[in-house]
Design a binder for this molecule. Structure first.
Ligand code: FEO
Length: 176
């Protein structure tokens, strides 16, 4: 039901989502080890969301007659300079993920594959939300500043954002 080209692109996206999940898990774990609890909670939640994204594509590929390939995941970074570096990297990462999703949407449209196009709409909306979220994080960091004292406030903001994200996730449909 899906072309080889689309199957390959979706399998690549499975690897992209898996990579995002492990990258955020590593960031969460680093923050946890450094007692930055709000950031840890924020990135643990986000890692779980990325895992759910990956699963959604795995199920879809198999459902439409393709073969989902479970990828090996590159070792994520183990250490980070500070929480600002983590947030900047996460924002960049999300921008890359969006580009990758948009490329598959274009491919589906070129092939007139309405089923895949429809499936990817959820991801397009999700990526927009994630980019907005990380943009807000970066804006908060700009307001708070990056000095030593600001860590406490950045962590508090991330904790509040995580609580809001958990509540929002509970209220909307996610992975199959
Ligand atoms: Fe599933 Fe945030 O990319």
């Amino acid at each position: 039901m899906i072309s080889d080209k689309i199957e390959k692109a979706l399998n690549k996206q499975i690897a992209v989502e898996a990579n995002a999940a492990f990258t955020y898990l590593s960031m969460a774990s680093w923050a946890d080890n450094h007692g930055i609890e709000g950031a840890a909670a924020f990135f643990y939640t986000h890692a779980a969301e990325e895992h759910a994204h990956m699963m959604k594509i795995v199920h879809f590929v198999n459902e439409v007659g393709g073969k989902a390939v479970i990828p090996s995941v590159p070792q994520p970074a183990e250490t980070y300079e500070n929480i600002t570096e983590i947030c900047k990297k996460a924002y960049k990462h999300e921008q890359q993920v969006s580009k990758s999703i948009h490329a598959i949407v274009e491919l589906a449209q070129q092939e007139n594959d309405h089923v895949v196009d429809e499936f990817l709409r959820w991801f397009v909306a999700e990526q927009k939300e994630e980019e907005v979220l990380f943009m807000r994080v970066m804006d908060k960091i700009k307001i708070i500043g990056e000095g030593g004292q600001s860590l406490y406030y950045i962590d508090k903001e991330l904790n509040a954002m995580n609580a809001a994200a958990v509540a929002a996730a509970a209220a909307k449909p996610t992975a199959n």
